[in-house]
Design a protein around this ligand. Structure first.
Ligand SMILES: [Zn+2]
Length: 365
């Protein structure tokens, strides 16, 4: 199959519009019309991973972390980033990154951590803002159903566990067609009044072109009147971090032991134990320090994440236990998550999980 089929699916799973500003998720190396029969899945795209792709005849590497974050100015093999890109291009191997856009999904990296730690009632810790918009359009009453249906099929009207949400009010629309017009009702040059329905509905920004296309195709008018409004509402199902509950409160030491075992962490760096049992748990794969306030506000007893610096540990202030389990350790299940999703969708593509341990951190114990 074509590489574009794979990337289109990955972008339905985790739309590129949901990645953070600093990120570079998407197709980094390769052409959409490249043929794909085998794919290699990894957390990082290192030289060793490219070598593995060459040796195992994989035409694409799907990596959680992008190999390129910033513009590259020279390609002379001086840094590992240049060498990886050069080698991949020379061997016709595509590199695709699915990073913070996957972190931000309800069924993404953090959901896997919650699942592994058997947390229930999970919710997003910091729901993302500015990704919802509102569409308002005016449709002759006779065609309101047709237009509404088309908008819903295109993905508009989705709020939490509800689909097909809209608000509809009745009114009168007026228009007068010019000389070259071909109005659906009325005559050119004569003002016409039509009984219309004003349809209001929401949609996520990544679906905008699809929703507008559906509107224009389903609407009977030659010129379709519609308004698009940015919303500042949070999207409850997209955002960073996650919090959930243990079925039974557990003392902190035994919970840390469970985390260490289930997350294969060689060591956990943590703040002083608060003395309270652990019931609510906040998690964020990778560097999650920016979510501490939200973890405390959510009432979490412990925050499991990575990349904490010395001074940042002080911010726990006895309100919560910060537990740094390591960046690689916190995201290790991402590879299996991608494998499961891709395998279910493309059973004919041979998928491999990298055998390279790309964790750049070693522990001397
Ligand atoms: Zn990461």
């Amino acid at each position: 199959m074509k590489l574009s089929q794979l990337t289109t699916y990955l972008e339905t799973l985790a739309p590129l519009a949901y990645q953070e500003d600093y990120d570079n998720a998407g197709l980094i190396v390769g052409h959409p019309d490249q043929d794909i029969t085998q794919a290699l899945i990894s957390l990082d795209c290192t030289e060793a991973v490219v070598d593995e792709a060459i040796a195992t005849h994989c035409q694409v590497i799907i990596s959680h972390h992008p190999i390129v974050f910033k513009g590259l100015k020279k390609f002379n093999g001086k840094t590992y980033v240049e060498r990886v890109v050069e080698k991949a291009i020379r061997h016709n191997i595509a590199i695709y990154a699915i990073h913070t856009n996957l972190d931000n999904m309800l069924e993404g990296v953090n959901a896997r951590i919650c699942e592994t730690l058997r947390l229930t009632n999970c919710h997003i810790l910091a729901p993302k803002q500015n990704i919802l918009k509102k569409l308002v359009t005016y449709v002759p009453a006779t065609h309101a159903d047709q237009v509404r249906n088309a908008l819903f099929v295109a993905g508009a009207g989705h709020i939490g566990n509800y689909t097909e949400t809209s608000f509809n009010s009745e009114g009168t629309g007026t228009f007068k067609g010019g000389e070259d017009s071909n109005p659906y009702v009325g005559e050119p040059g004569v003002r016409h009044a039509e009984n219309e329905i004003k349809i209001e509905t929401v949609y996520p920004v990544n679906l905008e072109s699809k929703v507008i296309m559906a509107l224009i195709l389903a609407h009977p008018y030659e010129e379709v009147a519609y308004d698009l409004f940015p919303l500042t509402n949070q999207h409850q199902q997209i955002g960073s971090g996650m919090a959930g509950e243990l079925t039974e409160p557990t003392d902190a030491k035994s919970f840390l032991y469970t985390v260490k075992t289930k997350m294969n962490a060689a060591v956990i760096r943590h703040t002083e134990l608060t003395g309270k049992p652990i019931k609510k748990v906040a998690v964020c794969g990778g560097a999650g320090g920016f979510l501490l306030k939200q973890a405390i506000a959510a009432g979490a007893d412990i925050f499991i994440t990575a990349d904490y610096k010395y001074h940042e540990f002080f911010d726990a202030e006895g309100k919560i236990i910060i537990a740094d389990i390591g960046h690689y350790e916190s995201e290790q299940f991402t590879q299996q998550l991608l494998y499961d999703k891709l395998h279910a969708k493309f059973p004919a593509v041979s998928l491999k999980l990298t055998v390279v341990n790309t964790n750049p951190v070693r522990y001397f114990m």
